[in-house]
Design a protein around this ligand. Structure first.
Ligand SMILES: Cc1cc2nc3c(=O)[nH]c(=O)nc-3n(C[C@H](O)[C@H](O)[C@H](O)COP(=O)(O)OP(=O)(O)OC[C@H]3O[C@@H](n4cnc5c(N)ncnc54)[C@H](O)[C@@H]3O)c2cc1C
Length: 484
């Protein structure tokens, strides 16, 4: 099985971005889109509520890569009565320029996805237009700032309508208008949006929440710890003894940044007897899995994802090396942490492999799946079918978190726990990490985008067409454009 491993970028001077080159590429993209403009007809009749308010065809919650690419894919199907909202300032959507503390993406540079098959829209085309033909060869993994710049360019070039500083609250179905009412809070204050379909592109934790183990929240005063998802004052860790819980990529990124900011020592604790060194995500980069995981029967979908999850997450080689090169970095395998004894200025972390006196704790334990914790789903999370409602795993494959994954339909749509209770749930599409079990790689990953966004959009266009099918037949019946 031939799989290449990438490494750090060798020789690209990022201060020399060629604006002329980028303009030429933008013209090429516009030309591509013009050449590919078929079918051309707008086909979804706009709706307004009885009170005159506009009803969007699709509201996309989340302006990160998933939200942007979904919006572009919808626009290519001539669905333009759409809006993307994001709670963050423009350019700060997602983790890239906020809590992602890696130097580069973790996924290989050859992954495509946002381009939707248009070569001039690929990250490589964007990169080479600025840094010169062949410059891509000098890239190992794409620097995260460059990825964020690519997404900003993508949004601007394709004129994707995004409303920033706008947070969606608890979605509600409005039977009378056959649409959703979505309360929002934005810089203009509270408001509401109406939409026929809703896409949850709310990120990796979009089907749950970031998790801090109970023994930490119960026993350690708040000023002694942060989760990797949070803002961390790394300067304040200078000269400190820092503990890190977890052995995923973010745990190592935060350990490295603590060391690079002068922490006196950093101890990384993890439960496994040894570090995971094989990345199942690399195995999964083939059309069979990416395109057809969702077609498998439940027991096989469960079996594959259970295996992928049990194989574990690991830091990319550079990320591991970035921490390991520090002599005051200490790995503690087989050291599940279970308790804390707090002192005046420091605390003792109790692990399965001994106790350690520390000054600060960084929690890199990821997130849990729990739809009931999502603000957007507050009004009906208990009506959403989960895997635990549809499947009983073999005893030796029972992972609680997997059972809480939403049991999605073939196009990422939510399904009802009890038939007839909330049929409108199928008009909400979960394009977050919570789709993993049902759909394989989809939301919240670049790896699955190439296949998952077209599948998601096929679900939305299919519903909009079927919902208005009488109108479409009437328009056929009344169609009398004479050819001559
Ligand atoms: C640190 C880190 C590094 C990663 N590195 C990689 C990588 O190298 N390669 C890879 O393939 N994947 C990576 N991932 C996984 C994944 O690709 C990223 O999480 C990516 O950001 C997912 O894109 P997204 O658009 O689905 O979600 P996000 O980029 O997270 O965007 C979702 C947006 O929705 C907003 N939002 C959420 N709820 C609401 C609401 N109610 N109202 C309004 N806005 C809301 C969020 O604030 C966020 O801005 C990484 C994830 C993390 C956390």
């Amino acid at each position: 099985m031939d799989i290449t491993r990438e490494s750090e970028t060798k020789s690209v001077d990022f201060s020399t971005a060629n604006a002329e080159g980028l303009r030429a590429l933008e013209n090429a993209v516009h030309r591509d889109l013009e050449f590919l403009q078929y079918p051309r007809r707008e086909w979804v009749s706009p709706r307004t509520a009885a009170d005159g308010r506009r009803i969007l065809d699709v509201l996309v919650i989340g302006g990160g890569q998933s939200g942007l690419v979904t919006a572009f894919a919808l626009m290519r199907e001539r669905i333009n009565n759409i809006l993307v909202i994001d709670e963050n300032d423009e350019g700060l959507e997602g983790p890239w320029l906020t809590f992602a503390r890696m130097k580069t993406l973790r996924t290989p540079k050859y992954l495509t996805g946002p381009d939707l098959g248009i070569p001039n829209l690929t990250p490589r085309a964007w990169f080479e237009a600025q840094y010169g033909e062949g410059s891509w060869e000098g890239v190992g993994l794409v620097p995260k700032e460059e990825w964020a710049r690519y997404l900003a360019w993508y949004r601007r070039l394709l004129k994707i309508a995004v409303r920033n500083r706008t947070r969606a609250g608890a979605i509600e179905w409005w039977e009378a208008e056959e649409c959703f009412c979505i309360p929002i809070v934005s810089e203009d204050g509270p408001g509401e949006l109406l939409a026929r379909k809703v896409v949850l592109a709310t990120g990796i934790s979009g089907s749950g929440q970031w998790r801090v183990p109970d023994f930490v929240t119960d026993e350690l005063p708040r000023h002694f710890y942060s989760h990797t998802r949070e803002d961390i004052d790394f300067d304040a860790l200078r000269g400190k003894r820092v503990g890190v819980l977890g052995a995923g990529a973010s745990a190592f990124d935060n350990a490295s940044l603590s060391l690079e900011n002068g922490a006196s020592e950093v101890h990384l604790f993890f439960r496994r007897k040894e570090l995971v060194r094989v990345n199942p995500y690399r195995w999964a980069e083939f059309s069979g899995f990416l395109r057809h995981h969702r077609d498998l029967p439940d027991d096989l979908r469960w079996k594959f994802i259970h295996k992928i999850i049990c194989m574990g997450q690991l830091p990319p080689a550079d990320t591991f090396e970035r921490a390991r090169r520090h002599r005051n970095f200490h790995l503690h395998p087989g050291s599940a942490a279970h308790g804390i004894a707090v002192g005046d200025k420091d605390f003792v972390l109790k692990t399965a492999n001994g106790e350690h006196t520390l000054d600060y704790l960084i929690v890199g334990t990821g997130f849990v799946t729990d739809l009931s914790s999502r603000p957007e789903l507050q009004k009906f999370s208990s009506s959403i079918a989960l895997w635990e409602d549809r499947f009983s795993p073999p005893a030796d494959e029972c992972l609680e978190d997997m059972l809480r994954h939403p049991y999605l339909g073939p196009h990422f749509e939510l399904t009802e726990k009890n038939g007839g209770e909330a049929p409108w749930l199928s008009s909400i599409f979960n394009y977050t990490f919570g789709c993993l079990l049902s759909q394989g790689f989809g939301g919240a990953s670049i790896s699955g985008m190439k296949y998952s966004v077209p599948r998601l959009v096929e679900g939305i266009t299919g519903q909009l067409y079927r919902d208005d099918i009488d109108q479409h037949f009437e328009s056929l019946e009344s169609f009398n454009l004479r050819e001559f």
